[in-house]
Write a protein that binds this ligand. Structure first.
Ligand code: NAD
Length: 499
């Protein structure tokens, strides 16, 4: 059995805790590797060593740090296919989607090449007689990233790129379900010139996470995962005086106005609802057609497209629209939600419960499901299902549709399909959701803007990537300097304004 350990001080090392987790191949249902689960002692040792390495890295000028990012871009491109294969085999997503996962992370590394510019401070010349004021952005020290299973390349890269470019050392604790790609990325960082110890990949579960939250050397925690864990991590990290940004789950609504291009909207819904088996925090899981006529016409277009979706292993290449979900437990949970939807009175229009794939009977596949006439009290509407299940909630008016998105506890992403600029503008202005698409189903912002949800989808102040990441991973120091010319004036006892 393949053993996956940790990446410490520039080397792959075996775990010493004696605890392991199984890493599956979701396409076949087989255990393909064992991942070491770190103890508190292992985590603390990794942090101590990172703290030593951080001082030299922080003293390396930003341009040289940016050159490491530049080299990393080339290396990730070189190894893209190799990493995508591993990613698909541990996560289950299609090969094309695995490449997309790496690509969207790579774009943040490209953005981080601009670190020298992004780290520039402010300067006020002659704020008073002989007085200059300047502020600088300094790295925090050792920071930690705790990441989810569903983007095992993208989210680790979103964390490590800005943190390292700012001069921090990082402890990355990836998901224990698909831990191989993060270690491959760490190896590429070393090849790109990152000094050993500046990036430590520590695999683990709650024990390692709790050790991160309580370690006094760690200054900041960036988390992405489900909402209950995001809230827990935010509370404990901030109670321990750490800076924390914790991104959680989602229930993303797409509003379809009566004037929308319904063919376009139906295509968008199928891609955004079922792509990656619905295991995306920006997946659309609720379609809200406005008016009965819109709903009927949309349903008519959706049903054949959903029925035709091809589900299979990533090795089947372009013949597959989406792959298995990540674990047997995830599959069972999704199917329980489907049963609850039926029991609570929703209409199951496309039923994927009997889906079986010959030759892959033990894989974690879930057929596509489409519900109509879902109402806000139902569990399939209130909870994040994180599977290939799309719910249609019929709204009588635009205001009712907007109200649904506004009143849901999650606020990650949302989208409106319309030909009316006024409605689109009103929606973008009023909706209390962090990322909005207009005739665009999955509005994940590009690397130079920032990514983050509102309400229960995000805890903390600043977003991921873009300029916010450079604020999150640095603290500001402001210097007031006086270089008086001429004779000393003696002590001043008042708290002087700059005159
Ligand atoms: P998860 O919350 O189960 O795990 C995330 C991380 O937390 C993992 O590293 C895991 O080891 C750790 N963890 C799990 N249980 C823990 C516990 N009890 N104590 C301490 N640490 C714990 O999430 P997941 O299943 O890996 O990922 C899917 C979730 O992530 C979905 O809810 C999805 O919406 C969300 N997500 C959100 C975003 C976003 O940007 N908002 C992006 C991607 C995924």
């Amino acid at each position: 059995m393949r053993e996956i350990g940790h990446w410490i001080d520039g080397k792959r090392v075996a775990g010493t805790s004696g605890r392991h987790g199984d890493v599956y191949n979701p396409a076949t249902g087989e255990v393909q590797a064992r991942v070491a689960l770190a103890s508190k002692a292992e985590l603390d040792a990794a942090v101590a060593s990172a703290a030593k390495a951080q001082a030299g890295w922080a003293a390396t000028n930003p341009q040289r740090r940016a050159r490491v990012m530049m080299a990393l871009v080339g290396l990730i491109n070189r190894d893209m296919d190799k990493m995508a294969e591993v990613l698909s085999s541990e996560h289950g997503k299609t090969f094309a989607d695995a490449k997309g996962d790496i690509q969207r992370g790579l774009e943040v590394i490209e953005f981080c090449i601009g670190a020298p510019h992004l780290l520039k401070g402010d300067f006020t010349n002659s704020a008073g007689p002989g007085i200059d004021l300047y502020s600088m952005r300094q790295p925090l020290g050792v920071v930690a990233g705790i990441t989810p299973f569903n983007f095992p390349a993208m989210i680790p890269l979103w964390k490590m790129g800005p943190a390292l470019a700012c001069g921090n050392a990082m402890i990355l604790k990836p998901s224990e379900r698909d831990p191989t790609v993060p270690i491959m990325l760490a190896e590429l960082c070393q090849e790109a010139g990152l000094p050993d110890g500046v990036l430590q990949v520590v695999n683990g579960d709650k024990e390692a996470v709790d050790a991160i939250l309580d370690n006094e050397e760690i200054q900041a925690v960036g988390f992405v995962g489900s909402t209950p864990i995001a809230h827990y991590i935010y509370s404990r990290a901030s109670a321990n005086g750490k800076r924390a940004q914790c991104f959680g789950g989602a229930k993303n609504h797409m509003i379809i106005m009566p004037d929308a291009d319904l063919d376009q909207a139906a295509d968008a819904l199928v891609g955004a609802g079922y792509g990656a088996a619905g295991e995306r925090c920006m997946a659309i899981s609720v379609a809200v057609p406005v008016g009965e006529k819109t709903a009927d016409a949309l349903r008519e277009r959706l049903v054949p497209k959903v029925e035709k979706l091809k589900v299979g292993p990533w090795t089947a290449g372009d013949d597959v629209d989406y792959g298995p979900v990540v674990t047997r437990l995830a599959r069972d949970t999704i199917l329980q939600y489907v049963e609850s939807g039926i029991a609570q009175g929703a209409e199951l229009v496309v039923d994927g419960r009997d889906f079986k794939l010959q030759g892959y009977e033990n894989g974690f596949y879930v057929g596509p499901h489409l519900f109509d006439r879902v109402t806000p009290e139902m569990d399939i509407y209130r909870k994040e299902i994180f599977g290939p299940v799309l719910s249609m909630v019929r709204a009588a008016s635009y205001e009712e549709a907007l109200g649904l998105a506004m009143n849901h506890e999650y606020g990650n992403g949302t989208s409106i399909f319309t030909r009316d600029g006024d409605a689109a503008r009103d929606f973008a202005n009023r909706v209390n959701v962090g990322m909005v698409g207009i005739n665009f189903p999955i509005p994940v912002p590009l690397a130079y803007h920032t990514f983050g949800g509102w309400k229960k989808s995000g805890f903390g102040d600043l977003n991921q990537h873009g300029p916010d990441a450079f604020r999150f991973y640095t603290r500001t120091k402001t210097v007031t300097a006086r270089w008086p010319s001429g004779i000393k004036e003696g002590a001043a006892f008042n708290f002087k304004a700059m005159d």
